[in-house]
Each structure stands twice: as structure tokens, then as C-alpha cells.
Design a protein around this ligand. Structure first.
Ligand SMILES: [Zn+2]
Ligand SMILES: [Zn+2]
Ligand SMILES: [Zn+2]
Length: 295
């Protein structure tokens, strides 16, 4: 019952974030065009991708509850990984385009409406402040919400920077500040997007999940009683925080009944030490597979 309540609370605060953030993205886009500010447009791209990322978390929160089907035997965990990969790739492409625009602006500064940039920054501070405050309660219970919370807090600080830039432009007319701020925002966007691209590509390409070491896993399996060898080990991730393994394990000659005990020990060890929840283990004895090809 407690878990159920928590699940609804997490869903609600993410939904709240999506709605507020989407409305604000539209305001920002219009403001960016009207004020001729590249800094605002950079942040529009950022906020748009935030809305998509929040949508992905929302979807992940729901799909985490649904079970595999006859045609999707692993379930739908990877859909969010694929979506995150596409979202971050598009985000990076748009940001590189803005870098080019900013470069042209630095060579040839264009007038920017500093007052409007300032006013929209105030809206940005309020919106991000409200979302962060809404998540303050849930952030220690849910990893997903925690990462969103810190992201929103970073956005909040970014807006304080835009606010200061708007004021400087308004009072001094130093228009070159605008493309410079836009490049700084872009660099932050690229930094976080690249992290997501790398992590999701690793999952899609069936790479070993970060923090796991196949050599170490092999040693731990071999350390289990009655295990003589382990090989052909594959470790991958089905989605964030859901690791799987397949392996060939050579055991001493014993009854099927006795081998079950060995299997239990291996599975318990893998779950506790390496957070591997789904395993496929093939038992072999040194004599019975002499002409099989194993890697
Ligand atoms: Zn953001
Ligand atoms: Zn299974
Ligand atoms: Zn084998």
C-alpha cells in the first residue's frame, strides 16, 4: 500500500513538471524570437528537451509496472532508452546549429531586447522554483525524481545567469553578452546530452553496464563450491538498473537435484554482489561437452 501511494506521488509530480515546463517552453520561444535573443533560444531547446525527458520518465514510471508480452519477451524497458538516445541526439544537433548562429552574432552583434530577456528570466526562475519545490518531498524516495530535482535546480541557477545577462544588456547595450551566454548554455546542454547518448548507446549495443567487471564476476562464480569453470559470460542491461547475464558453468558430476543448489548459490551471489536480476546459466561437465565450441 505504501509503495502504491509513493508511485502515484512520483507520477503526479512528474506530470506537473511536464505541464509547467511545456507551457514555459512556448513562452520562451516567443520571447526569444521577439527579443532577438540567442540565449533565450538556446534555453528553449534545452527546456523542450527537458519536457521530452520528463515525458520519458513519466512513461518509464508507468511501463515499469507492465509485464512482458508474447511478442516483447523482455518487456518495454528499452523503449525509454531508445527515446532518450533520440532526444539527446536531436538536442545536440540543434545546439551545434545554435553555436554556428552564435559565432555569426559574435562577429556581427545584433540588438537584443534586454528588458524582455530579463522579464522572461524572472518567469524562468519562478517556474523552475515551483517545480523544484514540488519535488523536494519526493526526491529522497525515488531515484528518478532525485535526478530530475537536481536538473531543475541547475536550470534555476542557469536562469539567474540569464537574468544578470538581460540586466547587463539593458543597462550597457553590450549585445555580445547574448551569444556568449547562448554558447555557455549550449556547452552545458552538450555535456549532459553526451552523457545520456553514451549511456543509452552502451545499453543498446549490449555493453557491460557501468560499474560491472566481467573478470570479477567470473572469479566470483568460480569461487562457488562445486564450480570448476565458468566461460562464455555475457553481461548486459535490459534498461536502467536491470542487469542480465548468461554463462556456461562447468560443475562436478552430480544429480540434477544437487545442481539446483549450485544454481541457487550462483544466482543469489549475482543478485547481491552485482545487482544482476535475470540470469540464464548453462551447466556443463568437463566430459559431456568435449566437442562443443565454447568461448
Ligand atoms: Zn533543464
Ligand atoms: Zn527469464
Ligand atoms: Zn561452454
Amino acid at each position: 500500500m505504501h509503495d502504491h501511494d509513493h508511485y502515484h506521488e512520483a507520477k503526479k509530480s512528474i506530470l506537473y513538471g511536464i505541464i509547467l515546463n511545456s507551457i514555459f517552453t512556448v513562452i520562451e520561444l516567443v520571447g526569444g524570437i521577439l527579443s532577438n535573443s540567442l540565449a533565450l533560444l538556446s534555453d528553449t531547446i534545452h527546456d523542450f528537451s527537458d519536457s521530452v525527458a520528463l515525458g520519458i520518465s513519466y512513461y518509464a514510471n508507468q511501463k515499469a509496472q507492465s509485464s512482458p508480452t508474447k511478442t516483447m519477451t523482455f518487456g518495454y524497458r528499452r523503449t525509454t532508452i531508445l527515446a532518450a538516445f533520440i532526444n539527446s541526439t536531436i538536442l545536440m544537433a540543434l545546439t551545434f546549429f545554435l553555436f554556428y548562429r552564435a559565432y555569426l552574432r559574435i562577429l556581427n552583434p545584433e540588438p537584443v531586447n534586454g528588458k524582455m530577456v530579463f522579464v522572461i528570466a524572472i518567469f524562468g526562475i519562478i517556474t523552475n522554483g515551483i517545480i523544484a519545490f514540488k519535488m523536494l518531498r519526493g526526491k529522497d524516495k525515488d531515484l528518478n525524481i532525485k535526478s530530475v530535482f537536481w536538473h531543475i535546480t541547475e536550470d534555476f541557477l542557469g536562469w539567474v545567469g540569464v537574468l544578470i545577462a538581460g540586466a547587463i544588456i539593458y543597462f550597457t547595450g553590450a549585445y555580445i553578452i547574448d551569444p556568449i551566454i547562448s554558447i555557455l548554455i549550449g556547452l552545458i546542454v552538450i555535456y549532459s546530452a553526451w552523457g545520456i547518448v553514451k549511456e543509452s548507446a552502451n545499453i543498446i549495443l549490449e555493453g557491460v553496464p557501468e560499474g560491472l567487471n566481467v573478470q570479477e564476476i567470473e572469479t566470483e562464480i568460480k569461487n562457488i563450491q562445486n564450480v570448476n569453470d565458468a566461460h562464455d559470460i555475457h553481461v548486459w542491461s535490459l534498461g536502467t538498473n536491470y542487469n542480465a547475464l548468461s554463462a556456461h558453468v562447468v560443475i562436478s558430476n552430480m544429480t540434477v537435484d544437487q545442481s539446483h543448489e549450485v544454481l541457487n548459490r550462483i544466482n543469489t551471489m549475482l543478485k547481491e554482489k552485482f545487482n544482476i536480476k535475470h540470469t540464464t546459466i548453462e551447466f556443463e561437465c568437463s566430459r559431456c561437452d568435449s566437442d562443443r565450441v565454447c568461448y
